[in-house]
Design a binder for this molecule. Structure first.
Ligand code: AHM
Ligand code: MG
Length: 339
C-alpha cells in the first residue's frame, strides 16, 4: 500500500461517474467543469505567489526576469477564457473583465452547447492583503442553434435556467464547489497530486444559522426595513434564537461559502446612492443563488427570487440577500416586498 486513499474521487472521476446515470449525456458538462478546474489550478499557483509581486514586478511593469507582469484578475480572465476556448464544451463566454461577450469562432466551439459567464477573480481588492478571493461561474445551455456564433440572448437568460454554477475559493485551502440540479458538491485541491478531490459531497445549507454578513459601513444608506432587520440581528439573544455573530470578509465567495457550510445570511442591499446594489447578476448573484437554492437555502433581491429576474444586460447589478432558509424567512417577514 502506498497510503493513497483511492476511495476519494477526483473532480473528473466524479463527473464522469455521474454520466453513467444519463446514457444520452454527451459529457460536455464534465468537460466544461474539467476546463474550469484546470484554469483554477493555474490561477491558484499565481494567487499563491501574489505576495511576491513586489519582488517579481507589478502589473504593467517588467519583472526581474524581464517578463511583462499581468494584473492577477487579467491573468485569471485569460486562463478561464483560454481553457474554455480550447475545450469542447463552450461556445462563448461573458466575463466581469470584458465589456462584451466573446463568441468563440472555431468549428469545435461553435458546435458546443454551453455558454459560461464568470467573474474570474472576485474580491480582487483583497489580493494585496492576503485575504481569500475567488472565481464564480454560471453555465447556460445556449438558445441559438449549434454551429453558429453565440448571441447576447444565449447569455441573458433567467438564472432559473442555469444548468450548473460554481465557485472556486483560493483560501487556506483551495476549493471548487459546483451545483447542478442534482446537488452541490465540494472538492478540495490536493496540492500533492494537483487534483480537486471530493471533500464535501452533497452539501446542504443548514436550515438556520447565527452568522449575518453585511457591510455595516453603509448602514445609514440602507432602506429603513433593512436597517430594522440588521437591528434585529444585533439584538438576538438566547431567548430569540441568538446571539448572532457578524462576519464580513468583503470577498463574497468566502462570505457565502462560510455561510453555506455553517449556516447564515449574506446581504448586499441597495443603498440610497446605489439603489441597484453592487453585485452583478449574471456572474455573482445568479450562480450563488442557484448553488444555495439547490443546497436548500433562499436567495432574493428583496422582492423576488434572484433566479426569476429577467436580465436585460450582461453587467447589470442587483441587491442580494442569500442564506439559510429560516434566517431568510425572518428577513422577508421584516422587509416585505421593499427593496
Ligand atoms: P469586485 O467584483 O469588484 O471584487 O466586487 C465584489 C465584491 C464582493 O466579493 C464583496 O462581497 C463585495 O464586493 C464587497 O463590497 P464592499 O466593499 O462594498 O462591502
Ligand atoms: Mg466581482
Amino acid at each position: 500500500m502506498n497510503g493513497f486513499n483511492r476511495k476519494v474521487l477526483t473532480l473528473d472521476e466524479f463527473t464522469i461517474q455521474g454520466l453513467r446515470d444519463f446514457p444520452q449525456a454527451t459529457g460536455e458538462l464534465s468537460g466544461l467543469l474539467r476546463d474550469m478546474g484546470l484554469a483554477a489550478k493555474r490561477v491558484n499557483v499565481e494567487v499563491n505567489k501574489a505576495g511576491l509581486v513586489d519582488i517579481l514586478g507589478n502589473a504593467n511593469k517588467i519583472n526581474v526576469q524581464g517578463e511583462d507582469v499581468m494584473k492577477l484578475d487579467e491573468f485569471a480572465n485569460k486562463q478561464f477564457m483560454g481553457a474554455l476556448q480550447h475545450g469542447i464544451s463552450c461556445a462563448g463566454i461573458g466575463s466581469e473583465e470584458l465589456d462584451d461577450f466573446v463568441a468563440f469562432d472555431d468549428e469545435v466551439s461553435m458546435n458546443s452547447k454551453y455558454v459560461c459567464l464568470f467573474d474570474p477573480l472576485d474580491g480582487s481588492g483583497n489580493i494585496d492583503v492576503n485575504v481569500s478571493i475567488g472565481t464564480i461561474f454560471s453555465v447556460f445551455r445556449r438558445v441559438s442553434p449549434k454551429g453558429t456564433p453565440v448571441i447576447l440572448e444565449d447569455f441573458i437568460q433567467k438564472g432559473r435556467r442555469q444548468v450548473a454554477a460554481g465557485y472556486i475559493v483560493y483560501g487556506s485551502s483551495t476549493m471548487l464547489v459546483y451545483a447542478t440540479r442534482r446537488g452541490v458538491n465540494g472538492f478540495t485541491l490536493d496540492p500533492s497530486i494537483g487534483e480537486f478531490c471530493l471533500s464535501h459531497p452533497q452539501l446542504q445549507c443548514p436550515d438556520d444559522g447565527r452568522i449575518y454578513s453585511v457591510n455595516h459601513g453603509h448602514f445609514f444608506r440602507y432602506d429603513e426595513k433593512v436597517r430594522d432587520y440588521i437591528n434585529i440581528c444585533q439584538n438576538k439573544n438566547a431567548a430569540n434564537g441568538g446571539p448572532y455573530t457578524q462576519r464580513y470578509i468583503g470577498s463574497m465567495v468566502s462570505d457565502v461559502h462560510r455561510n453555506l457550510i455553517k449556516g447564515g445570511i449574506f446581504m448586499y442591499p441597495g443603498t440610497s446612492d446605489r439603489p441597484g446594489g453592487k453585485l452583478r447578476l449574471m456572474y455573482e448573484s445568479n450562480p450563488f443563488a442557484f448553488i444555495v437554492e439547490v443546497a436548500g437555502g433562499i436567495a432574493t433581491d428583496g422582492v423576488q427570487p434572484i433566479l426569476d429576474i429577467q436580465p436585460t444586460e450582461l453587467h447589470q447589478r442587483t441587491p442580494m440577500f442569500i442564506g439559510s432558509r429560516k434566517m431568510m424567512e425572518e428577513l422577508e417577514s421584516i422587509i416585505g416586498s421593499t427593496k
